[in-house]
Design a protein around this ligand. Structure first.
Ligand code: UDX
Length: 451
């Protein structure tokens, strides 16, 4: 099949590369000349495991090409994926100007039947707006060409995007046209495994599914973060509680890990957008507002623990003279993405409290420099930043932090202290090391340091 993907961002690049990998001819389009030039020369603008190899292979085999020429992209392909950004506006609602601009471009240049697929995360009702934008352009041309608008939300996780796309749990397609549903089935057939499901539904439900999925996952995280807070105060261990509740097949084990708050490009943005959508319908989404508020508070927890443990009586700058080493800056492992990362709030809080902050991250140091400049120290060596520091705090659960050299940590730190925002270490093992260990919600193990 011939496919054009508008928007060579995260979702667009992954989709373009994976569709090409299954034999389709794919044109990836972007208005950013520099990005497209780079891609033509094998420079991939984002870090995602496996993506570069996939792009280079399909490019060299002639199935994947990059262009800034919108007209060519519209004319050449039957299926037109819209994967441009939908940044949050000031009020938290998704800004649709880029999505609608692509719709208008398609309307201006289409030369036959087109299937226009919304892949960007867009609020309920967007497909209707895209349809209208295309229709208006066709009317200006006095054209009666036919087209279909489909909602096909993306459920990729950063760091596992290629795998998620190639082996999806489910593919959701919202369409009101049987013929289009068949074409979409054919397109996704190569990716379907025994366990995968293709779910065809009406357009608005498909649009809602994406937000509902992310809002539900964010809710689980905020819920567990509060259970962890309560465990600390009640002498219980959140890790045991997770085992206990996860064994109920209605609940399951996934996405029940307490942490320093969820971040990234999806959860914070989508939760805000759904609250906003509800408001526009005069509906008060009380639960989601609480999910968001809990998350904001959770981003303060690690800094609070550090201040409580290390801080002086100075109310303004209790960490003056203290050095805090941070492991992990990206919002999650295997990405350099720091959008809405809890590390941003935590480090700002530590700096405001007067601390000297040193940071290590396997991928995100360049990104971090954009935020903090020379206000913090950086190192590509996770142990180097520990020398003479007062504490180590673990913010992101990168693999290299899971089984560290505790002797080395103990020798390097002034008074050995780890504040662990990811519960990476076994409390019993930590007692043996002689390092003071403060995880999240594990008072049942004798660690009862609530913030
Ligand atoms: C998410 C969704 O998982 C994906 O389906 C959607 O398409 C986009 O948003 P992503 O943002 O890449 O993907 O990351 P994810 O692995 O879901 O993690 C999101 C955040 O939640 C991270 O900050 C992570 O640390 C946090 N998290 C996740 C927890 O704090 N606890 C958990 O148990 C799981």
């Amino acid at each position: 099949m011939k496919i054009s993907v508008f928007g060579a961002g995260y979702v667009g690049l992954v989709a373009a590369a994976c569709f090409a990998e299954s034999g389709n001819t794919v044109i990836a389009v972007d208005i950013d000349q520099k990005k497209i030039e780079g891609l033509k020369n094998g420079i991939i603008p984002i870090y995602e495991p496996g993506l570069k190899e996939l792009i280079l292979r399909n490019q060299s085999e002639g199935r994947l090409s990059f262009t800034t020429d919108m007209v060519e992209a519209v004319e050449q392909s039957l299926i037109q994926f819209i994967a441009v950004g939908t940044p949050p506006g000031e009020d938290g609602s998704a800004d649709l100007q880029y999505v609608l601009a692509v719709g208008r471009t398609i309307g201006q240049h289409m030369n036959g039947f087109k299937i226009i697929v919304d892949k960007s995360t867009v609020p309920v009702g967007t497909a209707d707006k895209v349809r209208l934008a295309v229709q208006e352009e066709l009317e200006k041309r006095s054209s009666h060409l036919e087209f279909d608008v489909v909602s096909n939300p993306e459920f990729l996780k950063e760091g596992a995007a290629i795998d998620d796309f190639m082996k999806p749990d489910r593919v959701v397609v919202g369409t009101d046209n049987v013929r289009t549903a068949e074409i979409m089935k054919e397109l996704y057939d190569p990716f379907m495994r025994k366990q995968s499901r293709m779910i065809i539904m009406d357009i608005r439900s498909a649009e809602m599914t994406k937000y509902a999925a992310n809002a539900m996952l964010a809710t689980r995280i905020s819920f567990m973060n509060q259970i962890a807070g309560l465990c600390e105060r009640m002498g219980a261990d959140v890790a045991a509680v997770r085992e206990g509740i996860g064994s109920d097949s209605r609940i399951g084990y996934d996405f029940l890990f307490p942490g320093p708050g969820y971040g990234g490009s999806c959860f914070p943005k989508d939760v805000k957008a759904l609250i906003r959508t509800a408001e526009e319908s005069n509906y008060d989404f009380l639960l989601l507002k609480a999910v968001e508020e809990v998350n904001e508070l959770q981003k303060e927890v690690l800094a609070n623990k550090l201040i409580k443990t290390l801080g002086s009586a100075d109310e303004e700058q209790p960490l003056t003279g203290k050095i805090v080493a941070c492991w992990g800056l990206s919002f999650k492992p295997r990405t350099d993405d720091m959008r809405e990362a809890p590390s941003l709030t935590i480090i700002e809080r530590l700096l405001a409290a007067g601390a000297t902050v040193r940071a290590h991250d396997p991928e995100a140091l360049a990104e971090a420099k954009k935020h903090f400049g020379d206000r913090i120290e950086y190192s590509t060596n996770q142990y180097e930043i520990l020398d003479n520091a007062d504490a180590l705090t673990v913010i992101t659960d990168w693999h290299e932090y899971r089984n560290p050299d505790f002797d080395r940590i103990k020798a390097a730190l002034k008074q050995p202290l780890i504040v662990d925002g990811r519960n990476l270490y076994k409390p019993n093992r930590m007692k043996e090391t002689g390092i003071r260990y403060i995880p999240l919600g594990r008072a049942g193990n004798g660690i009862s340091e609530a913030n």
